[in-house]
Design a protein around this ligand. Structure first.
Ligand SMILES: Cc1cc2nc3c(=O)[nH]c(=O)nc-3n(C[C@H](O)[C@H](O)[C@H](O)COP(=O)(O)OP(=O)(O)OC[C@H]3O[C@@H](n4cnc5c(N)ncnc54)[C@H](O)[C@@H]3O)c2cc1C
Length: 406
């Protein structure tokens, strides 16, 4: 086969991988792009996995159809689905595939995302629960199918995947217990103890058995609860949602900084290696929004923006497209838990103080706006509401926040 353009390998079929491939092709249509993914599906809307109840799951088609992503059906790139990249020799520019093949490239994008953290491997064979995690479409097919049977669900953790899942499971008619052994309530790491405690009450008000501290620990599956006893045939479902681990093991041996994902510069370029870029959940980049100088974000828009930037930087290194820009991601996220919309802007984690500027944390559904500051400078805003009554206040604060960062 004659290859005219440069060969670009993209590892990871998530949105960051897709976005970077599209950004390269836009600037260099001659590039030959090959996208490797260990999943058998092309890019889909991962956040959609927990957002709603799916009706027809017998063949799995409904959920797949509803999660389609623009541009994923295009064949301008070659898709190698179900093909795990086992390792990389970044100096000789060659990937080792699980199939036994090798792949030589000119430039590479690392977009392998994260996987769920699990508490203990042997707890997976607990006698009481069927242990699962929720990251991909195949996990979602199984979990939605189990929820439709009205199973009892135990969720370990209270981050946004855990909260969305609790909300979804009660819609399916399941009894839900949430166990948060380390913190007081949902989103404590991001929004602090007071909001977390209020959100814990919100979960309880909506029928969830929400347990923290020792009461949660007592319900966790540990060695005693039978990792080694015979599993019962009617185990109920337990989903661990206790954070994630970057998928970087395949990059070992190349001298990269992989201490929390792949460290990149402000153009998403891997500093230790020419022609290698990283994007999405797996990338740790210099960020003016954090107290620390480098950050990794696990959000859809972050994956789109950093994927696009990695693709543009890569194209620029090949002499295509205009001068590259720096990362300019403005952190915005939202989720909905039992009808309560939670919107967060900026970086509340960097704050040293918080103030409830509207509403009452005891009445979240009436609307609450909270600001977060560091040394009198606004660094974050959160808005929790069942409607949009305080939207204009929130939008004004977000504008102020953006203006501070120019
Ligand atoms: C249930 C759920 C709900 C979410 N809800 C929201 C939300 O409401 N809002 C929001 O902003 N974000 C949400 N997120 C997070 C968001 O989905 C991610 O930030 C985003 O999908 C990250 O995209 P990515 O391309 O970086 O990584 P991923 O989407 O994880 O894609 C990486 C891909 O690489 C593959 N891969 C890994 N290693 C290899 C290898 N060695 N070889 C080949 N392939 C490999 C993985 O299997 C995966 O397919 C949610 C996530 C989950 C799991």
């Amino acid at each position: 086969m004659t290859v005219d353009g440069p060969v670009v390998g993209v590892v990871g079929t998530g949105i960051a991988g897709l976005q970077s491939a599209n950004a390269v092709l836009e600037r260099n249509p001659d590039a030959r792009i090959v996208i490797f993914g260990d999943e058998t599906h092309r890019t889909y809307n991962r956040p959609g996995l927990t957002k709603k109840r799916y009706q027809l799951l017998t063949s799995g088609t409904t959920i797949t159809d509803e999660l389609k992503v623009d541009g994923a059906a295009s064949d301008s790139a070659t898709w190698r689905l179900g093909t795990r990249v086992e390792s990389a020799d970044l100096y000789n520019k060659v990937l080792q595939l699980r199939t036994g093949e090798t792949f030589d490239y000119d430039s590479l994008v690392i977009a392998t995302g994260v996987r769920p953290r699990i508490s203990a491997e042997d707890a997976r064979e607990c006698a009481i629960h069927m242990h699962k995690t929720l990251r991909d479409l195949d996990d979602a097919h199984h979990i939605h199918r189990d929820l439709r049977t009205g199973t009892e669900l135990t969720i370990v953790g209270s981050g946004f995947v855990a909260c969305e899942l609790a909300s979804l499971a009660t819609e399916y008619g399941c009894a839900v217990a949430m166990l948060e052994a380390r913190r007081r309530g949902p989103f404590e790491r991001v929004l602090g103890e007071r909001i977390a405690t209020a959100l814990g009450r919100w979960m309880t008000r909506n029928g969830v058995t929400f347990l923290t501290g020792d009461s949660a620990r007592d319900r966790l599956c540990n060695g005693d609860s039978s990792a080694h006893s015979e599993p019962s045939s009617d185990r109920s479902l337990l989903v661990e949602a206790i954070g994630s681990v970057p998928n970087v093991e395949w990059l070992h041996g190349n001298g990269l900084d992989l201490s929390d994902g792949v460290r990149v510069d402000e153009h998403m370029r891997v500093p230790e290696c020419a022609d290698v870029y990283a994007a999405g959940d797996v990338a740790r980049y210099p960020d003016p929004w954090t107290a620390e100088s480098l950050t990794r974000r696990e959000f859809w828009k972050n994956a789109i923006d950093t994927g696009d930037l990695a693709g543009r930087s890569l194209a620029s290194s090949l002499g295509c497209g205009s001068k590259i820009s720096h990362i300019r991601y403005f952190p915005l996220m939202s989720t909905e838990v039992f009808g309560l919309r939670i919107q967060i802007a900026g970086n509340p984690k960097a704050a040293t103080s918080m103030e409830v500027v509207r509403g009452d944390l005891d009445r979240l559904d009436h609307g609450v706006v909270v600001t977060f500051s560091k040394e009198d400078l606004l660094v974050g805003v959160a808005y929790l509401d069942k409607g949009a009554r305080l939207n204009s206040i929130y939008i004004d604060l977000v504008k102020t926040l953006k203006a501070h960062r120019r």
